[in-house]
Design a protein around this ligand. Structure first.
Ligand code: UD1
Ligand code: CA
Length: 474
């Protein structure tokens, strides 16, 4: 049986987001590498609701797909996320209509309903908890969150009666001149008893400038019934702002980016220059790691402790072990072990594994390759589709020739071997344990262990050639 204190959350995410001027769904626009909606879901989940219903419509399949694929709640209470449901709003007929569309998905759950908009990614669970507390303390039938932004923009305005009570909300497009000076905006978050919410909604009409069913109309409908409506003023205006265009998104991303860096610093990471450091939501960095300027840590990236990353570095969807150094380089979808050195100016492309103590770069490119423990490729080289054992020395200018124009082939370089400078290893080919390849060789056949392969023209020296040429007057 549902208890009186129980909570359900409805998140509206069906709108087209016209002002983004995009083909994509607005709530999926990334902020610090994660869809806006993910942050709203986190804030909702942290309240421990019985159910979260996300109302989808415009590009709804994309929204459902993205959430199912990528939403991993930040801190689910009790370690498990609330039951998540989707409800369709096939035609976007306004925020009030969207909440009606969630009714079925809420089923027979009773208790309070909290309505949130999917385009307010800076919302926090702390603020929502304070809102719930305020609603209870004031004994209100309906509560909403208001705020006082620097720019009132297109936000709905909270109209109060002479006694200071909340009377109604007027959308920017429907403002009368006398209401134009109001400095209190509607944040788009509401709390009421489930049955009351739907009773009020059943009376909402679409007689406004946009011809939509406005959720905001439940405020004056409630007042008309003599009910108490309360507005909880958000202490932090930024936290509740709605993202309607890409400039607002850029500013909000700046706020989130700072917050991510702040938390990281407090956990023992040195961030030398926050203004030029970009770390995605969910990236993990160990203590005593130094992030140098102009560094990007993106996607599912995990950096160990005691590393130095940057300057001028990008790490995407990769793991970097303790004590490693990556400078002026790009690392993508790869695994880097402990005490590895990469760079300067190296590109570690997808599916590379650099084992403990490996050293790659200056100017190295590595792709789909295992570089063994303590192996050194200290100078410019291309290592593609290659398995390299431990303790190998790769000379400057080494190229694994992995592509024959049609297919890719693998190169195997076994433990402790030595590849001289400027060697081409034409795959498929194996260099045996402890073997040597002479500088400048183009190796087409396997080299057995502990042998030397020389595969180049023998040098010819023509003594006195220059003198003779001069005598011939050339
Ligand atoms: C809304 C409020 C406004 C408030 C502002 C706060 C209304 C009528 N207006 O305006 O008072 O100041 O938010 O940010 O509620 N959505 C649907 N289905 C629809 C329409 C919208 O799911 O048919 C969703 C959108 O995806 C979005 C949210 O509801 O996540 C808000 O819609 P939006 O069009 O951005 O409303 P605003 O004009 O910003
Ligand atoms: Ca909005």
């Amino acid at each position: 049986m549902p208890c009186k204190d129980s909570l359900s959350v409805i998140i509206l995410a069906a709108g087209q987001g016209t002002r983004m001027k995009s083909e994509a769904a607005k709530v999926l626009f990334p902020m610090c590498g994660r869809p806006m909606l993910g942050y709203v879901l986190d804030a909702a989940a942290a309240l421990g609701p019985q159910r979260i219903v996300v109302v989808v419509g415009h590009k709804g399949e994309d929204v459902i797909g993205s959430i199912n694929r990528a939403w991993i709640p930040d801190n689910p209470p009790g370690g498990r996320p609330a039951a998540l449901e989707f409800a369709w709003q096939r035609e976007q007929r306004g925020t009030g209509h969207a909440v009606l569309c969630a009714k079925e998905a809420l089923g027979d759950l009773r208790g309070d309903v909290l309505v949130l908009y999917g385009d307010t990614p800076l919302i926090t669970s702390d603020l929502l908890s304070a809102f719930r507390k305020d609603h209870k303390e004031k004994n209100a039938a309906l509560s909403l969150i208001s705020f006082s932004p620097e720019d009132m923009g297109a936000y709905g305005r909270v109209v109060r009666d002479p006694e200071g009570g909340v009377e109604r909300i007027v959308e920017a497009k429907d403002l009368t001149p006398s209401e134009a000076g109001i400095r209190e905006a509607n944040a788009g978050m509401y709390l009421a008893d489930h049955e009351l919410m739907y009773e009020l909604l059943s009376e909402v009409k679409n007689d406004n400038a946009k011809g939509e069913y406005y959720l905001t109309d439940i405020v004056h409908i409630a007042r008309g019934k003599g009910m108490k409506v309360s507005a909880f003023m958000a202490p932090d205006a930024l936290a509740v702002q709605g993202i309607n265009d890409r400039y607002a998104l850029a500013l909000a991303e700046g706020v989130m980016r700072k917050e991510i860096l702040r938390k990281m610093c407090l956990e023992g990471v040195t961030v030398r220059d926050p203004s030029s450091t970009y770390i995605d939501f969910g990236v993990k960095v160990g203590p005593d790691t130094v992030i140098e300027p102009q560094t990007y840590l993106r996607g599912a990236t995990e950096i160990g402790s005691g590393c130095v990353i940057g300057p001028g570095t990008e790490v995407l969807d990769s793991t970097v072990g303790d004590g490693s150094r990556v400078w002026r380089s790009v690392v993508e979808q790869s695994f880097v072990g402990k005490d590895v050195q990469i760079g300067p100016y190296s590109h570690i492309r997808p599916n590379a594994t650099l084992e403990e103590g490996a050293l790659v770069g200056n100017f190295a490119e590595v792709k789909n390759t295992i570089v063994g423990r303590g192996t050194k490729a200290h100078h410019h080289c291309y290592l593609g589709d290659t398995t390299i054992g431990p303790g190998v020395n790769i000379g400057a200018g080494t190229v694994t020739v992995n592509y024959d124009g049609t297919k890719k082939h693998r190169t195997i370089i076994e433990d402790g071997s030595f590849i001289g400078c400027n060697a081409n290893l034409i795959a498929p080919v194996t260099i045996g344990k402890g073997a040597y390849v002479a500088a400048g060789s183009t190796v087409t056949d396997d080299v057995p262990p502990l042998s030397l392969a020389i595969a180049r023209e023998r040098q010819v020296v023509k003594e006195g050639w220059v003198t003779r040429r001069k005598e011939q007057g050339r």
